[in-house]
Design a protein around this ligand. Structure first.
Ligand SMILES: [Zn+2]
Length: 197
């Protein structure tokens, strides 16, 4: 039997404005498919965005300084992100320390936009364009980093199945490409993982 929520989804569609989540605390990665929910989160002020990333494990929620004291997140306008972690003794640590973003100085919001579109199957060119990212260097680097993360995730998930000997894992994004940069790509693009024991 169709539920009220089910009927509403059918009527409005998963990505519609009517189904947006307006309470930012309720938004999870699963809600990124709804552009309105995604936008209300990432159009918020820096502190809200960074706190959401901390709660959801993409930025450190707590850091302990090399002196042993706990650090708190504080404003520091001279840095790329506008925030740093600081301990009571005044030592400062970068906000991206020990995180997914540590190796980059690229704007975190733009990176999230790039990751969202790339994972949803947009071409590298389109994902880079949406995130206002350089197509040839930064986006290629980030796309390969995302694929590495995917591999690592799958590898960890499948570690429970006991393989014997050497195991190799490789990944590829399959889908229809556009010829000579003309026309629109059609059909879904999907990730394929290959594994050899
Ligand atoms: Zn310290």
């Amino acid at each position: 039997m169709a539920t009220a929520e089910g009927r509403s989804r059918k009527k409005h569609g998963e990505g519609s404005f009517a189904l947006r989540k307006s309470n930012l605390d309720d938004i999870s990665f699963q809600d990124f498919g709804n552009l309105w929910s995604f936008s209300s989160l990432f159009m918020s002020d820096d502190k809200t965005v960074f706190n959401w990333l901390r709660v959801n494990g993409l930025l450190p929620s707590e850091l302990i300084c090399h002196c042993g004291a706990d650090c708190t997140l504080n404003r520091r306008s001279s840095t790329t992100d506008g925030f740093t972690f600081r301990c009571k003794k005044g030592h400062e640590l970068g906000m991206r320390k020990n995180s997914f973003f540590e190796r980059s100085s690229y704007n975190i919001r733009d990176l999230i936009v790039f990751i969202k579109y790339y994972i949803e199957g947009y071409s590298l060119h389109m994902s880079a364009k949406c995130a206002n990212m350089e197509y040839k260097s930064t986006s290629v680097h980030w796309a390969s980093y995302i694929r590495e993360m995917f591999c690592e995730y799958i590898y960890t998930e499948y570690e429970m199945i006991r393989f014997q000997g050497d195991v190799e894992l490789d990944e590829s994004l399959f889908g229809r490409k556009i010829k000579y940069n003309r026309g629109k790509p059609t059909g879904n693009r999907i990730w394929i993982f290959g594994m050899i024991e």
